[in-house]
Design a protein around this ligand. Sequence first.
Ligand code: S3P
Length: 174
Amino acid sequence: MKKKIVLIGMMGSGKSTIGKILSKTLKLNFIDADILIEKKCGLKIKKIFDKYGERYFREKEEKIVLNVLLNDKTPCVLALGGGAFLNKKLQKIILKKTISVWLDANLELIYKRCKKSNKRPLLYESNDKKIKKTIKNLLKIRNPIYSKAKFVVKTNEEPSKVCDKILICIKNLI
Ligand code: S3P
């Protein structure tokens, strides 16, 4: 396997969980972009948003993910934050140089997974109905962009099954 495998998709689609299983199965390093950003900034994502705002976060995200994509030559499984693939510069490189997989989760699943977590700054809403509406709006904008990924895998199954489906998609590229 020479190329990086990049997992894209919405918050709560399982990128980190599935990425860890996939990297173990393929004996590759696993990089979680959000964790890397937190390490480099010395702050949790929530704090970065609170203190410096989304724009600052996006700048850091671009710089740090670009560095992994361009300067780190080792093959790995890279799980991106839900907004990273919307960045045109990152998107172009990911589509050109990596094996991209969109973990396609539906509204209900994302809502169920995200509503209890207070780790996601884009979903700070006063009530559950508003959270669902925000997710719905984000999906409307993002799904057509995520769909540019090389492969699409539905994530409404347990992680190991999703991982098996990814392995089937990429088997000829390994
Ligand atoms: C974001 C998703 C988060 C994190 C940040 C912004 C987004 O990552 O990068 O809160 O724009 O969808 P996860 O997809 O891992 O939750």
